[in-house]
Write a protein of this length. Structure first.
Length: 127
């Protein structure tokens, strides 16, 4: 088994899914490319689906999505899900990038939202 990027073909769309791996053979990111050849990727750039995937003993612990939202899953001592935290990257909030309407009330002033294991919102931090 080789380290690095192994492309996989998606049957429905014809795109190539690339998933780089670390030294422990864990997937650390996902990108979607319309072409397979590296020299053609400048004409049709890849789309980032997820980066910085990190695991803990029970499962996924961290994920940064392609739309600049970072999610952390925190677990209790018995490995059950205790808290979920989603954050918008700070520089994206300041520059107003990544949204069709940067001044919308949904994203204005909020950089982190926390949920407990029942899915109830427990906190929202302002910029």
């Amino acid at each position: 088994m080789k380290l690095g990027i192994e492309p996989r073909h998606l049957q429905g769309t014809g795109h190539w899914l690339h998933h780089p791996r670390n030294g422990q053979q864990q997937v650390t990111g996902l990108t979607l490319s319309p072409v397979q050849r590296p020299w053609l990727r400048t004409l049709a750039p890849e789309r980032t689906i997820a980066t910085n995937l990190r695991r803990d003993l029970a499962g996924l612990a961290h994920l940064q999505a392609g739309n600049s939202i970072t999610t952390d899953w925190q677990r209790s001592y018995d490995a059950s899900l205790a808290r979920t935290e989603q954050r918008l990257m700070a520089q994206q909030v300041q520059q107003g990038q990544g949204f069709t309407q940067p001044q919308s009330e949904l994203h204005q002033g909020i950089t982190a939202i926390r949920f407990d294991k029942q899915g109830r919102q427990t906190a929202g931090q302002a910029c």
